[in-house]
Each structure stands twice: as C-alpha cells, then as structure tokens.
Design a protein around this ligand. Structure first.
Ligand code: ADP
Length: 398
C-alpha cells in the first residue's frame, strides 16, 4: 500500500511517496514557482534524480509533473499512479471544526476553504491543491486531510482562551489553535513507545524547534497546552518571529511610525525574532558563529531564545504538576547541544541530569539524560510526512 503525502503552499508543493508495508520513502520532491514559471526537483530513494523547468500555471500542472517524475522519468519509482492508494494532505488550520484527520468530502473541502479566514496564507493553497488532485487523479482516489491544529483540540478552554472581550471568540473564533500538531503527536508517541508505557500514564513536554518553534504539554495522553496561539506567531522567539510580547509595544510603534496592521504582521512574522535582534541571520548557526566572534547582539539573540524556551518548559512543568519526559526535535532541537544542556542544567531542581556525551549525538533518536535523571530527556527526529501517511492509511482503512 502506497500513500502520496502532499504539503502544498500557494506557489510550492512538497511531496513524498511512502510504501506503508515498511514505511520507507520511495521518492520525495518539490515543485516551485507554481503560477509563475514552474520547476520540479525529484529524488528517488536509491539516489536517482530528475529535475525540470516546466510550465505550472496551476497546481494541476505541478501534479502532472510529479506523476511524470514518479512514473516515467529516469528517477521513476512506480509504473502508474494507480498503485497509489490515497493522498494525505497537510492542512495548516482546522479551526475548532476538525478534531482529527478526515476523508476529504465536498463538505470537508468547503470547511477547509471557510477556515481560510484564520490561515489566509495556507488554507486557500491547500484547497487549490486538493481540487488539482481531484482533477489530476480523479474523484475516486481517496484524499485525507491531516491538520496541524487537531492534536491541540484537546486543550481546555482555560488554556486556549485569550483574555479579550468574549465576543471576539464568539464572532470570529479568536482563540489559541496551536500548530506543529502532527510533529508533537509523532514525537510524543515515540516517547511513549521508547518508554514502553501507555502515553496516558506520562507527562511529556515536546519542544519542536526549527524555523518555526513551539512547545507542547501532553498529559493523560492528550495536549493540554501549546505555545503557538491564534497563529504560529505566538509563543517564544523564532528565526524571524517575535513570539509573545506586550501588544502595546506594537500599538506604540504603529502610532510612532504610522504602520498598518499588515506592516505590523510583516515586521512581527518576517523581520523579528533571532534575525531582528541579532541583525545577522534567522539561522541559528550563523548567529552562533557571529556570537563566537564577539557580536553582542548575536549573543543576546541566542540568550533570549534559550531563556524563553526554558520559561515555556518550566511553565508546562507547573501546568502538569511535574514532567516525566522532555523531547527535543526540529533543526535546532536535534542539533543544538548547548541549548539542550542549558535547559537541562536549569531543570536540576526537579532532578534532571544530562549525559553530556550522549548529548553530542546529532539527528538520531536517543535518550540524552543519565540513568539517575528524574526526567528522561530525548532527541527525537520528527517525521511529519510519515505521521500524515499513517493517519491517511488509518482513515482509509476505517
Ligand atoms: P523548518 O521549521 O523549516 O522545518 P528545520 O526544522 O529544518 O526548519 O530547522 C531549521 C533551523 O535549524 C535552521 O534555521 C537553523 O537555525 C537550525 N539548525 C540546523 N542545524 C543547526 C545546528 N547545528 N545548530 C544550531 N541550529 C541548527
């Protein structure tokens, strides 16, 4: 059984074909500049590659290029798309409607479209991709939606509500939805599997630290709180995003510089965070290198981000009245040994103890706390595509 996993943006489309017999990736690729010019780069698991510049006025032509790459090119991996059992789509915003993954029916497609108000950069693009799939692969090919938000739908209202006038929640659905849900779900499942325990019996904190960053508290097997909010801007400092800050700082700057809401959105999402403070880069590796050479703002950016991560971890320990396991994932979480050491050292008060040798390991699933540690600390490389493929298989098997 083969599952085609799609992560579509407005002008790009990432895909993987996964053989569910052994959960191996058969090929992966990327279509770019959809709607402008069009290009595909495709790689089979054995290393063969195919790339081409080909007109992609819409997502339909992009999918046709993917089908060619997978079935006919020098890097083909199947004879026909008929071998593909279903398509699993990553969907950014499921609002309060979608509590889990679902088969994409006309009603579900309409709901995903309507939720575009909450995710204007993402949901409309997902809808275009789903419609293009119907056109390219036919209505019979099952399509499943897997939402970034659904893992967080178990949060209690005291965690997801903002202390704004209640009418904004009622009228516009303004509340915390969270993001990276598929990753937090995958990683917390792995923690429970490694621990050999039922997830319901564990208090877990998962730290997804990449370009976007979020931390989630999982108790009784479900998410009880997460750092991202109404949008993925909330939480703590990221590559280019502010994370939480006093909103009146923004109204103050807006008045001083005569900025519109769109300007504020741009500044907070694209020009802030590690990039905004350091003035160097949004990539932690560049910023760390600059700090090493004595750049004080670069060092400040690193110190701020680490401190904010620590505070979120600490607040979730308080929210759960303890923690059994903490897992790090994402580009920063998997690679930045100093960050993990800093967090662990500052959790000595709850008996956390790091094995410094194991903490040097990169990109591998490993327990990095000592056997004496009261909290088990892990590096767990995330695999959102596999999680989407697994859920897609589960939904079509129902
Ligand atoms: P995305 O959120 O786009 O999937 P990733 O999870 O790949 O991103 O994370 C990308 C980030 O990981 C980079 O911006 C970089 O800051 C960080 N990163 C990668 N390698 C290292 C490293 N060795 N040390 C510190 N940070 C790293």
């Amino acid at each position: 059984m083969k599952i085609f996993v799609v992560n579509a943006g407005s002008s790009s489309l990432k895909y993987q074909l996964i053989d569910m017999e052994n959960e191996q990736v058969l090929c992966k690729g990327l279509c770019e500049r959809i709607g402008v010019t069009g290009a595909i780069s495709h790689k089979a698991a054995d290393g063969r590659t195919y790339s081409a510049e080909t007109a992609m006025p819409t997502h339909s032509e992009a999918f046709e290029a993917v089908v060619y790459a997978m079935t006919k090119s020098d890097a083909k991996v199947i004879d026909s798309f008929d071998e593909v059992s279903a398509i699993g789509h990553r969907i950014v915003q499921g609002g309060s409607i979608f509590k889990g993954s679902c088969l994409i029916t006309p009603k579900a497609l309409q709901d995903i479209d309507d939720l575009g108000a909450l995710a204007p950069l993402h949901n409309p693009a997902h809808v275009l991709a789903i419609k293009a799939c119907i056109k390219t692969f036919g209505e019979e090919k099952p399509q499943v939606a897997v939402f970034d938000t659904s893992f967080h739908q178990t949060m209690p209202s005291k965690a997801y509500m903002f202390a704004l006038p209640y009418k904004y929640y009622e009228q516009y659905g303004v509340r915390k939805y969270g993001a990276h849900g598929t990753s937090h779900w995958f990683v917390s499942d792995r923690v429970a599997a490694i621990e050999g325990k039922d997830k319901k019996d564990l208090k877990i904190i998962t730290c997804h630290l990449g370009n976007g960053c979020s931390i989630t508290a999982i108790k009784d097997g479900v998410c009880i709180d997460t750092s991202m909010g109404f949008t993925p801007l909330d939480g703590f400092m990221m590559g280019t995003r502010t994370g939480t800050l006093d909103p009146s700082a923004l109204t103050f700057i807006a008045e001083k510089e005569n900025l519109s809401p769109a300007d504020i959105n741009r500044i907070c999402n694209k020009e802030s965070g590690v990039l905004g403070v350091s003035g160097v880069s949004n990539d932690n590796r560049d910023v760390a290198a600059a700090a090493e050479k004595g750049n004080e703002r670069a060092q400040l950016a690193i110190d701020m981000q680490r401190y904010q991560i620590l505070k979120f971890v600490g607040s979730y320990i308080a929210a759960m009245n303890g923690v059994d396991a903490i897992a790090f994932t994402g580009g920063i979480g998997e690679n930045d040994a100093e960050l993990r050491e800093y967090v662990c050292e500052n959790l000595a008060y709850i008996g956390a103890e790091m094995d410094k040798e194991k903490n040097k390991v990169r990109g591998e699933e490993i327990k990095i706390s000592t056997d004496n540690s009261k909290v088990n600390i892990y590096i767990i490389p995330t695999n959102e595509e596999l999680a989407i493929a697994r859920d897609t298989l589960a939904i079509i098997s129902e």
